[in-house]
Design a protein. Structure first.
Lengths: 375, 690
């Protein structure tokens, strides 16, 4: 497949067991500041709350959310950079708890993290060859000298930075963001991992070069039959790039399913808000979901569904009980009380359908391409 | 700003030469550092060679007492007829040994404690930090004196230990703080994520990035130790029978050299101490530049650039008229409007390199902004869009320089102002009264130690000195209300506000004086989409209500198409296409615009093919000849590499508004893309797919 075009996301069938799983994972960080007082529990940031997510070989799963939604924390939990507070991370069905030492390195060899900021993720005083050489030395200690240099060149070739020799001797500041991000990917490749955790891999890149980096990631996923978690705030790119999409809000997973279903028939009011907020000239102008709120403090998050204070369709139970998972269509689930099977929920659901239908966010308005002339 | 940083280094990425040659070239670029190194090395060599090159035994007495400099005794003799030069040479041994010995020990201890504490954190950090803090508050001078006095006469080693004990804590603290901040950097996290062992991360990632601090602390400790040793010896607290520069001074003092006018006895020692200190300071000077690869490139000749900031000729200025006429109630903008408020003609902005080389960041840019219009300027990093924004407001900093062009602003009363001809006072009035700016990073543009209410008030105080405090307070509340910040947040500090609130506060600052034009440089880039939507809608609502014009700069083309009336796309410092937003979206005329439109994924409608643009944005320092986009252009032909296309109107059947700078639109071009042949974005996108 060409490096430059993109139509459909990588869709290896979700058959087979998941490679990497988060099972009811919760992460609380101790809040900074304030002395612990007697009788008062130490304050914690509820960064990730009871999230379950499966990653499959050859398949890209997008994790979408705003900053502070816990999406990056979840990626780091999967990479075992932080210990989980409760729940489990399973690699090939076996629980992993490895923060240091040999076990951690074993885990890391299989699960590689790619960070967002290509300019920050390189040691400014080391050459590219030095940085990549370290990764090679770590994962292939038997390769020395010439062999190691050859492997570094091979990595650079795999990410289409040719001639490799020309890039190997550069310092990070001599390269562009797109080139550096490719080198981050090469660094991850050195471990020959089974899972890539890409944390906003293209957010800091220019629009015209994002596609190339995403396609590179996709090619690697397909060629190596690796699993990939694509963490992003850009739900539109999730639609194009990932087979599945999961949406997080304030530490909770609110909706997940096939990308096309999640973006075109968004079920959760937060997903609907996210979609209607994204700039998209192809969408007819007009009313949108109005919203003036902002995400809650995670030190003292709202009880029940954390979105309820902002939700125009909130019901009483939303403020008290965390919503169950409801299946909208096969594989497409949401944690929202609107989809409960009772009279009140049905009424609210109709209200929601009417509102989003009018705003043209929940799909069903037909193709808008070429875009209609604004009235 | 990234663009500035990138452009400030004109000869930056020249192919790095190999090893030693590169080292030498770098060294020679900094004559001060070389001087410092040479002097320090000379003293070290003299110290080492002292026993062999000294003309006399430094302690041997002779009959020639208190003789001035002569052929036999180059630096004269002491009261006992000892040779001062020999004493100086032997003294250099002790002084240098103490200086470098103490520095090595001190630095090693600082690094060990500082980096360990900073990297490990937790209990270890607390214990080590406590230890360092205790040592920091110990009064070091008395302690030194007491320790030195009680230590048996163990010579230099004793002094070295005393100095180490009293001076390691400072360095440890600095290094701990540095380590703490480095530990949070992405590249350390990346190394951790690849599973590297801790010691290797410290050795490869943490320490190399601290070399500058470590070296600075090492060098200053050398100076400090030499001085301390001299002081102790001078006070008679060291072994005065062992020759050092301090003991020479001690004996000169006891021998009343000053009273007898025997200057040759004490001046050399004092001078030597001063010279070594200076030399070490010079080395320290260059060390950062030497170590940090980013700073190795040629610096910026700031002074010259500052002087030359505006070389475009200055016109006699138009005096500011009577109190500004209130603009009429906002009339909705239409594309037919001819009410030009800002007219930019052939603007050229260069970055001036150290050697006088010029890199054009904005080249021959012309556009008009009409009253009530939202002009969107799109472009990738390095396209010159931010430089343009700064140049319009004349906030560009050296080495940027407007070398050509005109900017005219038309007041609501019809009088015009030559913006480039304004002097400093007029410029201050022009900015904010007529034209204000909202910057990208609200966190950096707001002063962290001032409440936001006070920051808004500052603008008003500066421009409306006659307003009373009450009026000002009322205006602040009004402004906060306009941008949707609850009035009680006026007393908040910037860090207490969310990103969206901070950006609103920035907009309130921009609106404070009711300007005619607001230039917004990526005002929502750092924000989440939902917040971005809130801010953008607020801006549009305010624009409709207050009737100002907006220059909106961003890389986010889809956002721009939604909110702009007119779009200008920049590439390689030039505007390559300009059109009404709808025309632009439906019939992009420049291959770059098409590529951009085919780069971003859409949420609505069926999935279309994304083609992207091959290659990467151009380096302004090395723009290709001809059209800057030619190397990435799927439709480029021969002429594209030789001729620079001009921005010309593209005829369209419906009387389109598009202008494009592309040779394909000239008659006789291969596959000439004239208006009739314009296709929809998607057909083109697919057609260009390779």
């Amino acid at each position: 497949m060409s490096e430059q075009t993109m139509t459909a996301p990588a869709t290896a069938p979700a058959g087979g067991p998941p490679v990497l799983q988060a099972v009811h994972v919760t992460k609380h960080f101790p809040a900074r500041g304030g002395l612990p007082r007697r009788g008062v529990a130490r304050r914690v940031v509820h960064a990730v709350e009871d999230v379950s997510l499966d990653l499959y070989a050859g398949r890209i799963t997008a994790l979408v959310g705003e900053s502070g939604s816990g999406k990056s924390t979840l990626a780091r939990l999967l990479a075992q950079l932080h210990p989980v507070t409760s729940g489990e991370v399973l690699l090939h069905g076996k629980p992993v708890r490895a923060q240091r030492g040999r076990a951690f390195r074993e885990h890391v060899r299989a699960v590689q993290l790619i960070l967002q900021d290509p300019f920050g993720s390189f040691n400014p005083v080391a050459t590219i060859a030095g940085t990549l050489g370290r990764a090679v030395a770590l994962h292939h200690p038997e390769r020395k000298g010439k062999e190691r240099a050859a492997l570094v060149e091979d990595l650079l070739t795999q990410i289409n930075l040719t001639p490799p020799r020309q890039f190997a001797e550069k310092f990070p500041h001599e390269l562009s963001g797109g080139q550096l991000q490719r080198i981050s990917i090469a660094r991850a490749l050195a471990a020959e991992p089974e899972v890539f955790l890409a944390d906003e891999p293209v957010s800091s890149l220019d629009v015209s070069i994002r596609l190339g980096v995403l396609n590179l990631l996709r090619r690697l996923t397909e060629e190596r039959n690796a699993a990939m978690l694509y963490v992003t705030h850009d739900i539109a790119s999730a639609r194009y790039f990932a087979a599945d999409t999961a949406v997080m809000y304030a530490g909770q997973l609110v909706e997940q399913g096939p990308s096309e279903a999640v973006t075109q028939q968004a079920a959760h009011p937060y997903t609907q808000l996210l979609i209607s907020s994204a700039p998209d000239p192809s969408r007819p102008a007009g009313s949108r979901v109005r919203d003036i709120g902002q995400p809650p403090s995670l030190i003292d998050p709202p009880a029940g569904c954390r979105f309820h204070p902002r939700c125009p369709f909130a019901m009483e139970r939303c403020a008290t009980t965390v919503p169950d998972s409801h299946e909208i269509s096969p594989g497409h689930t949401t944690r929202c009380w609107l989809y409960a099977d009772d009279a009140e929920a049905r009424a609210k659901r109709a209200e929601n359908a009417a509102a989003t239908g009018k705003a043209g966010t929940a799909g069903g308005t037909g193709p808008a391409d070429p875009p209609p002339t604004p009235a | 700003m990234a663009v500035h940083a990138a452009l400030a280094e004109p000869e930056a990425a020249a192919d790095p030469a190999q090893g030693a040659a590169r080292l030498w070239r770098r060294l020679l670029r900094s004559p001060l550092t070389v001087t410092g190194l040479v002097i320090t090395l000379a003293f070290l060599v003299l110290a080492v060679l002292a026993p062999w090159i000294s003309p006399y035994d430094p302690s041997a007495v002779s009959d020639t007492t208190l003789a001035g400099p002569s052929g036999a005794h180059w630096l004269g003799t002491t009261q006992n007829g000892q040779d001062v030069l020999s004493q100086m040479l032997y003294g250099a041994r002790a002084s240098m040994a103490v200086g470098f010995g103490a520095a090595v020990l001190t630095t090693a201890l600082s690094v060990l404690v500082g980096v360990t504490a900073g990297y490990l954190g937790g209990i270890g950090d607390e214990v080590l930090s406590l230890l360092a803090n205790v040592f920091l508050v110990l009064p070091s001078l008395p302690l030194t004196i007491i320790l030195a006095a009680y230590l048996p006469h163990s010579g230099s080693l004793g002094i070295i230990l005393v100095i180490t004990v009293t001076s390691w804590a400072w360095g440890a603290r600095v290094l701990r703080a540095q380590t703490l901040s480095l530990r949070k950097r992405d590249f350390v996290e990346a190394a951790r994520a690849t599973g590297e062992p801790t010691w290797r991360i410290i050795v490869r990632d943490i320490l190399p990035n601290q070399v500058a601090v470590i070296a600075a602390s090492f060098l200053s400790t050398v100076t400090f130790a030499i001085l301390t040793q001299a002081s102790l010896a001078f006070l008679g607290l060291a072994d005065v029978t062992q020759w050092s520069w301090g003991t020479i001074l001690y004996w000169a003092q006891t021998g009343s050299a000053l009273l007898t006018g025997a200057w040759w006895w004490f001046v050399p020692a004092g001078l030597a101490i001063a010279v070594v200190g200076t030399a070490l300071a010079l080395v320290n000077f260059g060390i950062d530049e030497f170590i940090n690869p980013r700073l190795r490139q040629a610096g910026i000749g700031t002074k010259k650039a500052q002087r030359a900031q505006v070389t475009a000729r200055r016109r006699p200025r138009v005096r500011k008229g009577a109190p500004a006429v209130r603009r009429p109630a906002a009339a909705p903008f239409t594309q037919d409007s001819t009410d030009v408020i800002l007219d930019v003609r052939h603007l050229k902005v260069d970055y001036v390199g150290d050697g006088g080389g010029r890199t054009p960041a904005v080249d021959d840019v012309s556009f008009t902004l009409r009253r009530g219009e939202v002009l969107g300027i799109a472009g990738e990093s390095g396209s010159g869009k931010s430089t343009l924004a700064y140049a319009i407001t004349r906030l560009h900093k050296p080495p940027a320089e407007i070398s050509h062009g005109e900017i005219h602003y038309t007041r609501p009363d019809g009088s015009t102002v030559d913006v480039l001809g304004l002097d400093d006072a007029e410029l201050r009035d022009f900015r904010w009264e007529e034209l204000s700016i909202v910057f990208q990073s609200a966190m950096h543009a707001l002063n962290p130690v001032l409440r936001i209410g006070a920051q808004i008030e500052d603008v008003i105080v500066a421009h409306r000195p006659r307003m009373t405090a009450q009026e000002r307070a009322a205006r602040v509340v009004e402004l906060l209300g306009i941008v949707g910040i609850p009035a009680d947040r006026a007393d908040s500090y910037p860090h207490e506000l969310s990103g969206g609130m901070r950006q609103r506060a920035m907009i309130a600052v921009g609106l404070a004086l009711d300007p005619e034009i607001i230039v917004m440089d990526e005002p929502t880039t750092a924000l989440d989409v939902v917040i971005q939507r809130q801010i953008v809608e607020k801006i549009m609502e305010l624009k409709d209500r207050l009737g100002f014009s907006v220059v909106f700069i961003t890389h986010d083309l889809s956002l721009l198409i939604e909110l702009s009336d007119t779009i200008a796309v920049m590439y390689g410092g030039r505007i390559v296409e300009q059109a009404a937003a709808e025309d632009f979206y439906r019939r992009p005329q420049h291959p770059y615009s098409r590529g951009l439109l085919a780069s971003f994924p859409t949420l609505g409608g069926p999935r279309r093919e994304l083609t992207g643009i091959p290659g990467s944005p151009p380096d302004l320092r090395r723009l290709p000849a001809g059209c800057a986009f030619a190397p990435r252009c799927p439709a480029a032909f021969d002429a594209c590499t030789t001729r620079v296309p001009q921005l010309v109107p593209v005829p369209a059947p419906g009387g389109g508004t598009a202008q494009a700078a592309c040779l394909l639109h000239e008659p006789g071009a291969p596959n000439g893309l004239t208006g009739e042949q314009s296709q929809s974005t998607d057909e083109l996108a697919t057609g260009e797919a390779r």
